[in-house]
Design a protein. Sequence first.
Length: 184
Amino acid sequence: MSLIVLAVVAALIGYLVALYNGLVKKRQMVEEGWSGIDVQLKRRADLIPNLVETVKGYASHEKETLEEVTAMRARVGQVSNGNPADRAVAEGALSQALGRLLAVAEAYPELKADSNFRALHESLDMIEDALQKARRYYNGAVRMLNVAVESFPSNLVAGQFGFMKADYFEIEDASDRAVPKISF
């Protein structure tokens, strides 16, 4: 009889350890996903000064748009260590400012023909694609963690060991979700 009780207790402990390790794995996947987003956002932020300088050479009188892009990039830098919700708001504003900058470029055929501008624009497109993939991975990892944190019986283990739900990386303003379509 005591062997049966001992086996049940051992199985229960093993199950709790497996739940705990699963939660740790999911939390690490969320952190990995956030790191992927952060890398792509850094790449985009590093590209912006070159893009602004290139446009500035052709459209120096578009000072307001150029300053807005620069200000939004600085704002993103201020919230770079913030939570995903704050970061998403800042990134959405930067995306809109970049869209306006690229729209300004439409009015300058010689700028659109500039090889440096074209290369920068292609790089920006590639970064945006990679960023979209990183956001999907992160949000998928967040979903898996949040389900585990809220589901029974893993919610009991999560509560005991301080596992918390993570925030999705989402854009609050619907107009920020619209990707500007620019054709060259």
